[in-house]
Design a protein around this ligand. Structure first.
Ligand SMILES: [Zn+2]
Length: 246
């Protein structure tokens, strides 16, 4: 087996390793999630310095060892510098990265997932869409790509296709008028349409919809609840986000 690999990927986590090195967690197109040691990456003259920064998309050359990869070469595709220099954006990018890592098993690859991360980072940097909205859209599309698509076309309890007025994050889908109990919240049609759009749209168009201001926060909150339902533990970056938002 060829031990030297080259793949497009993104740095989703980093930790210090040895004196000048880094231990990187990459999500790559061809190998999925991998741990890669970047020896000497912190040295000013290291050829690995630029591409081994958090949130960088690059072409990574990896040598496969017994338990991990060693980064032998790297070339920056997009640096996303503002995601590291603006604390606010850093907090959101960290959340998207941590959410991704929380769901990915080693070896799962995903071209569309990598693209979703790329365009989400791009939108964060552009600062044209509210970061809360980028987060909410990412949560929904990401979970769908990871296999947790909410059921929007029929009642998750009885299968009816009419009178779908409620959404239950815990059940993962719509609830009809007849099955709804107390805890379910009514879902505004505008939010239903936004969710349907995000699920149907190709990844590159996933942010191209508008939601009236009055529905924004209910949509963001609903997506938070939906995501929290699938997480076994609260994400560190979520706590960090809450701290800087408060
Ligand atoms: Zn029902």
């Amino acid at each position: 087996m060829e031990k030297q690999k080259k793949t497009v990927g993104v740095v989703l986590a980093e930790a210090a390793y040895g004196e000048n090195g880094k231990r990187l967690t990459l999500f790559t197109r061809d190998l999925g999630k991998v741990t890669a040691f970047a020896n000497g990456a912190k040295k000013a003259k290291s050829p690995l310095l630029a591409a081994s920064q958090l949130f960088v998309f690059g072409n990574f050359e990896l040598y496969q060892g017994k338990n991990a990869y060693t980064l032998t070469g790297a070339e920056v595709i997009e640096s996303f510098y503002p995601l590291r220099s603006n604390l606010w954006l850093t907090a959101y990018a960290m959340y998207l990265a941590e959410l991704t890592l929380a769901f990915l098993q080693d070896g799962i690859t995903g071209k569309r997932l990598l693209k979703l991360l790329y365009i989400s980072f791009e939108e964060l940097v552009k600062e044209k869409i509210k970061p809360e909205q980028i987060r909410a859209v990412f949560e929904l599309k990401f979970l769908a790509l990871a296999g947790y698509t909410p059921e929007l076309s029929c009642c998750i309890r009885c299968g009816r296709q009419e009178n779908l007025n409620y959404f239950s994050p815990a059940d993962g889908g719509m609830i009809c008028h007849f099955c709804a109990g107390k805890p379910e919240e009514k879902l505004a049609p505008a939010i239903y349409q936004a969710m349907a759009y995000v699920l149907e749209a190709p990844v590159e168009k996933v942010f191209r919809f508008r939601l009236k201001t009055e529905y924004e926060y209910p949509f963001f909150t609903l997506m938070k609840k939906y995501t929290a339902h699938y997480l076994d533990y609260p994400l560190k970056s979520e706590q960090f986000l809450n701290e800087i938002l408060s």
